[in-house]
Design a protein around this ligand. Structure first.
Ligand SMILES: Nc1ncnc2c1ncn2[C@@H]1O[C@H](COP(=O)(O)OP(=O)(O)O)[C@@H](O)[C@H]1O
Ligand SMILES: [Mg+2]
Length: 318
């Protein structure tokens, strides 16, 4: 399936988690998920006011036609700057950027390479938005989303924005040891809020966090509203080196993952080896079908084709 995959089958390296999931479930959503062939590209600009009417120059008039609008500039993230306690990361089982290379980092490097390749091949803001989801709670969505964000942020010149879209059980800020009151839901609920002003800048180079924000009874409606597309366009416009990762609630328990699937180019469906049923996987896949590229990620498995342990990843419960 991937170059890494080919190497893996020859026994030189452990298989990527994508490939393991494929083998375990015998289905490859990248092939089976309905592709949306003609999804119109998400508009690059946020239209805050109706455009001024175009006035045709009068015949003989020397007035020149207005120049085409210039490409939108990327907004700079301008929320608070925080330092992330590296010991807190270690305790939470997350990659610590300055530590020696671990098996965990190696695993997420393999995963990020595949996602980055597809993000760059797509070359649209949509392709650079990645949803991390799973059928049920506790399957490792936040664990994978946070580790993936840290691994991606290590790429030179890449900005990674991790958005906590699980407002019912927000945990991204807590995993990083951050205090956060406002975030994604506030920006969706109030059009006067500039989303970039809520993005926390961290001392991990390239890593930015948009916390979940304030929960309300109308969260599902806010996420389903047109404002979501506007906020995401604003955060991605003019920024080809920016990746957005969404940590979401379980697909089978709440609607946000299915709604957000319309706004992303790739979805990572996290499954627990030997725990997530095939039926649950297929239901989740169906719910996320607005995204044309769903990848499986097998979490917490003992599987190792070479017979040796591969870091600590997947060794939970040993
Ligand atoms: N591969 C793994 N290795 C070690 N711990 C893991 C792994 N995957 C998940 N966990 C832990 O399991 C718990 C549940 O994972 P979490 O990411 O919060 O699930 P979800 O976001 O899907 O509800 C967390 O404490 C997390 O750190
Ligand atoms: Mg979670």
């Amino acid at each position: 399936m991937t170059d890494q995959g080919k190497i893996n089958r020859e026994g030189a390296r452990p298989a990527s988690l994508f490939e393991r999931a494929d083998a375990t479930y015998g289905l490859d959503p990248r092939r089976t998920a309905p592709k949306l062939p003609d999804v119109p590209p998400v508009p690059e600009t946020v239209r805050r006011a109706a455009p001024a009417p175009q006035v045709e120059p009068r015949p003989g008039s020397s007035a020149k036609p207005a120049p085409p609008p210039s490409a939108p500039k990327a907004v700079a993230f301008c929320g608070p700057f925080v330092r992330i306690d590296r010991e807190h990361l270690r305790v939470a089982g997350l990659i610590v950027p300055e530590d020696p290379v671990t098996g965990l980092l190696e695993e997420f490097r393999i995963i990020k390479r595949e996602l980055l390749a597809d993000a760059r091949a797509g070359d649209t803001p949509l392709a650079r938005r990645i949803l991390v989801c799973s059928p049920h709670p506790g399957e490792g969505k936040t664990y994978c989303a946070t580790n993936l964000a840290i691994a991606l942020a290590a790429e030179r010149n890449l900005e990674v924005l991790l958005v906590d879209a699980d407002v019912v059980k927000p945990s991204v800020a807590e995993r990083f040891g951050l205090e956060a009151d406002h975030g994604f839901m506030d920006a969706l609920a109030d059009p006067a809020i500039l989303p970039e002003s809520l993005v926390i800048r961290t001392d991990i180079d390239g890593l930015f966090v948009l916390p979940a924000g304030t929960a309300t009874a109308r969260d599902a409606e806010y996420i389903a509203s047109a404002r979501t597309g506007e906020v995401l366009d604003r955060l991605t416009q003019g920024a080809p080196d920016r990746i957005i990762i969404f940590d979401t609630p379980p697909a089978l328990a709440a609607s946000p993952a299915a709604e957000l699937a319309q706004h992303v180019g790739q979805a990572l469906l996290v499954v627990r080896a030997n725990e997530t049923s095939r039926a649950a996987l297929e239901d989740a896949q169906q719910l996320l079908s607005a995204c044309g590229d769903i990848k499986l990620l097998l979490n917490a498995t003992r599987y190792s084709p070479s017979g040796r342990r591969f870091g600590t990843y997947g060794m939970k419960g040993n």
